[in-house]
Design a protein around this ligand. Structure first.
Ligand SMILES: Cc1cc2nc3c(=O)[nH]c(=O)nc-3n(C[C@H](O)[C@H](O)[C@H](O)COP(=O)(O)OP(=O)(O)OC[C@H]3O[C@@H](n4cnc5c(N)ncnc54)[C@H](O)[C@@H]3O)c2cc1C
Length: 434
């Protein structure tokens, strides 16, 4: 089954609150006939759009091919959280790659956050950017662990935007009875993900990008010049960037063996009016310590946007709202009867180690994906790093690419059933409260 079409209509955004509140963006024509370019990018999410913007600004002739619409994938559907650090905790990175590379990866993650903020400011992207993500735990042991993590970031990396929250301070921000404190990170932020993606696309097109939507790349022929075939045409380019993340399918086996698609879901309640104060007293975002993480924030019109629940097959569940309401009511029991106005799912790419997979697939083919739920900043940044690598400045790309990656056991064919077993076990642990 082709994930590009498993749960969605061709070239249409899903029925999300984001799509309902997106700033208008003209449809771009499908590719017809044969064209040449300096760089051809496959995929119009943050990775591809950021690469396109940076390359077009540097004077390259760039073509971007997107199977549906820009921001159709995870970039237009996500929780909007611009988190700090890499997806893997610094403590784990220090063990995995040593102190030197871990420190460099911390700096790169700080660059990623700063890049998103500066692109939004430079290109005047109207996407409700607001500071603050709280990470909350369910009991004293989890709170203590979060406090010690926050202390590690301030002591080792001089990070001064993070402060511990005791149970009372946590409740005064998020009055859910489920939580027992954690920390607040004011260097992190949240935003309207689809409007951010559309803003990047607008900026890239103004810088000279040739954008083709409704254009699926079916085959890639490697060589000194690479040829990408679509159903009505082809592009021949000196360089190629693969930016397909969870929607890659079998376009490239090396990536497919290391980046696994999984699905995650979000619901938007009706506007809560004065009741928002029972959910969040400040306009920050929250993520918690569950393996299948709960994450939430308020929309600009006062809805709760709650993300929770995962699935590991190709198809989304029939009733996404019911799937998300379960964890939502666990956190906010008083919302048991709230109306759900929108519910949607998206597919993202995860890796075995939860660090993104950046690779040179051939001397002139780069790929970045597998952000494992931490892509708002990291994918935007990976796009910039690939653009720089094509210009001969590969230090940042190479540091990310050096993080050891592991193929999923079983390869592309068997990884899914094995992953389902493993993930179901961890999700069960969440439910049992281990
Ligand atoms: C529900 C959900 C919640 C999330 N929450 C967060 C969050 O709060 N914070 C965070 O940091 N991250 C979050 N993520 C992850 C984040 O959204 C992704 O890491 C990020 O958007 C990846 O961007 P991308 O450009 O690499 O991929 P995508 O945005 O998925 O874009 C890939 C694009 O490639 C196109 N494509 C694929 N194959 C082809 C082909 N053969 N030809 C042409 N086009 C093709 C697809 O149509 C798609 O548009 C979440 C993801 C989901 C699904």
């Amino acid at each position: 089954m082709n994930l590009l079409y498993a749960n969605d209509h061709r070239a249409e955004y899903p029925g999300s609150w984001y799509a309902a509140t997106a700033h208008p963006f003209d449809r771009f024509p499908a590719l017809e006939g044969n064209v040449t370019a300096d760089v051809c990018i496959v995929g119009g999410g943050y990775t591809g759009l950021s690469a396109a913007l940076h390359l077009a600004e540097a004077g390259f002739d760039v073509v971007l091919l997107e199977a549906h619409r820009v921001g159709f994938g995870a970039s237009g559907r996500n929780g909007g959280q611009l988190g700090s650090a890499q997806r893997l905790d610094q403590e784990d990175l220090e063990r995995l790659v040593g102190d030197g590379d871990a420190a460099r990866l911390w700096d790169l993650a700080e660059d990623a956050k700063a890049l998103v903020k500066s692109l939004i400011s430079k290109h005047q992207i109207d996407c409700d950017l607001k500071p603050g993500i709280a990470v909350l735990g369910f009991n004293k042991a989890e709170r203590d662990e979060l406090h010690s993590h926050a202390a590690h970031l301030s002591n080792r990396y001089s990070y001064d935007r993070i402060k511990p929250l005791d149970a009372e301070a946590g409740h005064s921000l998020c009055p859910s009875p489920a939580y027992a404190g954690g920390y607040l990170d004011t260097g992190a932020a949240h935003l309207h993900p689809l409007n951010y993606a559309l803003g990047l696309a607008r900026a890239a097109v103004s810088a000279g990008l040739r954008l083709h939507e409704s254009t699926e790349v079916l085959e890639i022929d490697e060589g000194a010049r690479v040829t990408l075939r679509t159903d009505k045409g082809q592009v021949t380019a000196d360089h190629v960037i693969l930016a397909c993340n969870g929607y890659l399918g079998d376009l490239n086996r090396q990536v497919a063996s290391r980046v696994m698609p999984i699905n995650n879901f979000i619901a938007a309640t009706e506007p809560l009016g004065a009741e928002v104060q029972r959910v969040l007293t400040q306009d920050i975002a929250v993520a918690d310590t569950k393996f299948v993480v709960n994450y939430f924030r308020l929309s600009a019109d006062g809805r709760l946007l709650f993300g929770g629940g995962e699935s590991y097959g190709y198809q989304f569940p029939q009733d996404i709202a019911a799937k998300v309401c379960k964890p939502m009511v666990g956190i906010f029991p008083h919302l048991r009867d709230v109306r759900i106005d929108y519910a949607w799912g998206g597919t993202l790419g995860i890796t075995m180690r939860r660090m993104p997979y950046l690779a040179r697939l051939a001397p002139n083919i780069l790929s970045a994906s597998g952000y494992s739920g931490h892509g708002v900043g990291t994918a935007t940044h990976a796009g910039q790093l690939m653009a720089l690598a094509i210009q001969g400045q590969a230090e940042g790309f190479d540091t990310m690419a050096r993080v050891p990656s592991l193929p999923f056991p079983g390869g592309p064919a068997l990884r899914s059933p094995l992953l389902v077993l493993a993930m179901t076990w961890y999700a069960l642990r969440d439910r049992l409260g281990f």
